[in-house]
Design a protein around this ligand. Structure first.
Ligand SMILES: NC(=O)c1ccc[n+]([C@@H]2O[C@H](COP(=O)([O-])OP(=O)(O)OC[C@H]3O[C@@H](n4cnc5c(N)ncnc54)[C@H](O)[C@@H]3O)[C@@H](O)[C@H]2O)c1
Ligand SMILES: [Zn+2]
Length: 362
């Protein structure tokens, strides 16, 4: 088992990663013994993992659970209220602890519930998708969606601990696994060439959910995100690099209708499009571009945009991106492999040419 320490002064916390984290009674007791706990999960993850977790915990603490419907469309104030109602009816106090058991939707919503309930109670994450393990575990962003915008109501709120059991990925649909790998590849491109090399040599092990490969990949991603976030917690500078592929990707998600392309799939195609921009600027060699495209393809991810989308269709969405400043589109671009830069001086012609060069699906 691996342990990462996320250094945030008084709000520091550990992340445990391995293939027996959730069956490690001693570890769970160290963080959860004698607490009054509410587990929040959903209708998909609950039937798979809730009973075993409750069994572990009921030996050491008082535990109840609430099961919400599954889906991004349920990441709402209404579901948040369901959590609050449960806490209030069962008279949970300020000393309670809330556990998120599920993917990023449950994690974000539960974290925000913990931030709000009685002005803040303890919070532990058990992320069960690869995406949530490598992304939401670090950074403390919590939120729900509003009819007028995604993640528009939320807070920065750090958990007390994160438990990542790679065995929980065994039940994850393959498409969701690949979507998580898009974010994994992103860390290699923006920050760590050695990790990118390692990924090229270990794709098969990752797709086969080989525990030691998966544990290493998740650990490295959490370390990189922790390093980036500790340098820039509130996204004034280097944290923006984590958005590689996301400006193009958000355009794909918005144009295609949320849910038709998974977030990670859109980010994968977006990273390729961003790489073509870098290549056109002479910041990424043909060979480096090809390595990025090949690794993304090897993870069963799209390397081209949707066939319905012409290059011009991207720009209106990209201008609306919340990262754009005064109408100028801000792009994160690879500068070789293992390094990236923020650019707001790229012409729309160059962007359109890059989307064209990356291609559309047949
Ligand atoms: N807080 C952050 O820093 C952060 C970072 C990235 C994404 N997010 C948020 O996370 C959400 C996306 O997260 P996600 O990709 O995990 O989506 P998700 O939570 O919707 O999970 C994807 C699907 O997999 C199911 N699932 C989860 N674990 C499973 C398992 N072990 N076995 C079988 N099925 C399982 C879920 O029920 C769901 O149907 C978005 O709302 C996004 O805004 C937050
Ligand atoms: Zn993302």
């Amino acid at each position: 088992m691996e342990r990462i320490h996320v250094e945030l002064g008084e709000r520091s916390y550990p992340i445990y990663i391995g293939n027996s984290v959730l069956s490690d009674g001693e570890l769970l007791a160290r963080h959860l013994a004698d607490r009054r706990i509410l587990i929040v999960t959903n209708e998909t993850v609950g039937p798979l993992y809730l009973a075993a977790l409750v069994k572990q915990l009921s030996a050491i603490c008082e535990v109840e659970s609430v099961t919400l419907p599954d889906g991004e469309q349920y990441k709402t104030l209404e579901q948040l209220d369901t959590i609050f109602s449960h806490l209030l009816k069962a008279t949970y106090g300020r000393d309670s602890l809330i556990i998120a058991l599920g993917g990023g939707v449950i994690g974000d919503m539960t974290g925000f519930a913990a931030a709000c309930y009685q002005r803040g109670v303890d919070f532990v994450q058990i992320p069960t998708t690869l995406l949530s393990q490598v992304d939401s575990s670090v950074g403390g962003k919590t939120a729900v969606n509003h009819a007028l915008g995604k993640n528009m109501v939320g807070a920065f709120y750090q958990p007390q601990a994160v438990f990542i059991d790679v065995n929980s990925l065994n039940t994850l649909p393959e498409r969701e696994l690949s979507a998580g790998l898009a974010e994994v590849i992103k860390y290699g491109i923006i920050w760590d060439q050695v990790f990118f090399d390692w990924l090229e040599n270990n794709v098969e092990g990752l797709l086969a959910l080989e525990p030691s490969a998966m544990t290493y990949a998740i650990k490295r991603c959490c370390e990189i995100k922790a390093e980036v976030v500790s340098l820039d917690e509130t996204e004034q500078s280097v944290r923006a690099l984590l958005n590689l592929g996301h400006t193009f990707g958000h355009a794909i998600e918005a144009e295609m209708g949320y849910g038709n392309w998974l977030h990670g799939e859109a980010v994968a195609a977006g990273m390729v499009q961003a790489s073509y921009v870098s290549n056109a600027l002479g910041r990424l060699s043909d060979q480096q571009l090809q390595r990025i495209v090949s690794l993304i393809a090897a993870c069963n991810l799209p390397t081209k945009g949707p066939k319905q989308m012409q290059p011009e269709h991207y720009l209106p969405h990209m201008k609306r991106d919340k990262k754009s400043v005064q109408g100028a589109i801000r792009l994160i671009l690879p500068a070789g492999i293992g390094k990236a830069e923020l650019r707001s001086d790229i012409s729309q012609e160059v962007m359109i040419a890059a989307i064209e060069a990356a291609g559309t699906q047949s």
